[in-house]
Design a protein around this ligand. Structure first.
Ligand code: ACO
Length: 332
C-alpha cells in the first residue's frame, strides 16, 4: 500500500521478442570478437533483432495487448499508457500515443518516459501513483526497445551487448496489503557522460559531420557503468526492502535488469540469494534496456517461478545515471 491509499499491483503481463536471432558467432563475422569473450565477460549467447520494417511501437503493441488480455481487460479499460523507451519510433508524437491508437485504447491518456534501462521501474512507480490516488483504475506500462537501430555496427564494445524486444504490465487495484509495498528511485546526472547518444537532439542536431563521426550511435564507458551497476543493484534492492519493512531473507524471487551475468551475480551475492530465486534470460536476449525487466517478469510468471503472496524484487540501473527497485507482494 502506498501511504494508506488504494493498494496497487501488477494484474497482467505480456511480452514480445522479434524472431530473428543474432548469435555470438554471427557477430564474430562483423567485429573483432569471439563467442568465448562474450559469454565469459557478459553471459550473453544470442540476442533478437527486429526486422527493418518493425519499430518500437510495433513490438510494444503486441506486448501491451498480451498484458491487457492476461489482466482480463479490453483496450478501452485502460486509462493511461506509459511507454519506457530510449528508442522511440520518432521524437514525437510519443510512442505511447502511437500504441494507444494501434491497440484502440480510446479512453487512455499516453506519454513516454525516459529513464533508459531503469525506465520500466520508473514507469511502474509513476503509473501506480495514478491508481493509488484514485485518478485512474488501469494503467498499462510498456518497456520497449529497438536498440539495434542505435548500435554502431563497427563497435565491438556495444554491439554484442544489446537486443530488441518489448514487455508490458497492466497495473490495477489489488487487495489491501498486496501489490507494490515500496519503491526506490534514484538518479545521478553527473554520470550522464558514461552512457549516451550524442547527436540528434537540440544540443547537436544530426548533420553530415555527426554521421561521419558516428555520434548518432550509443556510446558507453562500459567499465565505469559496470562498477556503478555492481554497487547500485544491491544497494537499491536492500533500501527498498527496508522501506517495505522487510529483509533479504523475505525475498522469494528477484527479477533484475538483464545487462551482464556478472552484474546480476554481484547483486545476488549482496542479497545472499540462491540461484534458483533469480530470473536470468540475458543469455537469450542480451540487454533490452527498458524491455529487459518486463520481458523477464513475464517469462518468470509463465514458468511458474512466481506465486501468489510471494515477495518479489524488481531492480534495475541505466543511463542517466538512473536506478530503481520495487518490492511487490504478488497478488495472483
Ligand atoms: N570482444 C572482444 N573484446 C572486447 C569486446 C568484445 N566484444 N568488447 C570489449 N573488448 C575488449 C576491450 O577493448 C578491452 O581491450 P583492451 O584491454 O585491449 O582495451 C578488453 O576487452 C577489456 O575491456 P573492459 O571494458 O575492461 O571489459 P569488462 O570486463 O569491463 O567488460 C563490459 C566489458 C561487458 C562492457 C562490461 O564492462 C559491462 O557489462 N559493463 C556494463 C555495461 C552495461 O550494463 N550497460 C548498459 C547499461 S543499461 C542502459 O541504460 C542502456
Amino acid at each position: 500500500m502506498i501511504n494508506n491509499l488504494q493498494s496497487v499491483g501488477i494484474i497482467g503481463t505480456g511480452s514480445y521478442v522479434p524472431e530473428q536471432v543474432v548469435t555470438n558467432k554471427d557477430l564474430e563475422k562483423l567485429v573483432d570478437t569471439s563467442d568465448e569473450w562474450i559469454v565469459t565477460r557478459t553471459g550473453i549467447s544470442e540476442r533478437r533483432k527486429a526486422e527493418s520494417h518493425i519499430a518500437t511501437s510495433d513490438m510494444g503493441v503486441i506486448a501491451g495487448q498480451r498484458a491487457i488480455e492476461a489482466a482480463g481487460l479490453k483496450p478501452d479499460d485502460i486509462d493511461l499508457i506509459i511507454v519506457a523507451t530510449i528508442t522511440p519510433d520518432m521524437f514525437f508524437p510519443s510512442t505511447a500515443c502511437i500504441i494507444q491508437e494501434k491497440i484502440g485504447a480510446i479512453n487512455a491518456s499516453a506519454f513516454d518516459l525516459s529513464a533508459a534501462c531503469t525506465g520500466f521501474i520508473y514507469g511502474l512507480a509513476v503509473g501506480s501513483q495514478f491508481i493509488a490516488s484514485g485518478m485512474y483504475k488501469h494503467v498499462l506500462v510498456i518497456g520497449a526497445e529497438t536498440l539495434s537501430r542505435i548500435l554502431n555496427p563497427a563497435d565491438r564494445n556495444t554491439l554484442v551487448l544489446f537486443g530488441d524486444g518489448a514487455g508490458a504490465a497492466v497495473l490495477g487495484p489489488v487487495e489491501d496489503g498486496k501489490g507494490f509495498l515500496a519503491f526506490d528511485l534514484g538518479s545521478d546526472g553527473s554520470g550522464g557522460n558514461l552512457l549516451y547518444l550524442e547527436a540528434g537532439g537540440s544540443r547537436l542536431p544530426v548533420s553530415e559531420e555527426t554521421i561521419k563521426k558516428g555520434q548518432h550511435y550509443l556510446a558507453m564507458s562500459g567499465n565505469d557503468v559496470f562498477k556503478f551497476a555492481v554497487r547500485i543493484m544491491g544497494e537499491t534492492s536492500l533500501k527498498t526492502l527496508e522501506k517495505a519493512g522487510l529483509t533479504r531473507e523475505d525475498v522469494d524471487y528477484l527479477v533484475p535488469h538483464q545487462a551482464n551475468i556478472r552484474i546480476v551475480d554481484a547483486a545476488v551475492k549482496r542479497l545472499k540469494l540462491p540461484a534458483e530465486k533469480v530470473y536470468v534470460n540475458l543469455d537469450k536476449y542480451g540487454n533490452m534496456s527498458g524491455a529487459s525487466i518486463p520481458v523477464a517478469l513475464d517469462e518468470a510468471l509463465k514458468e511458474n517461478k512466481i506465486n501468489k503472496d510471494d515477495i518479489i524484487v524488481l531492480v534495475g540501473f541505466g543511463a542517466g545515471l538512473t536506478w530503481g527497485a520495487c518490492v511487490i507482494r504478488w497478488s495472483y
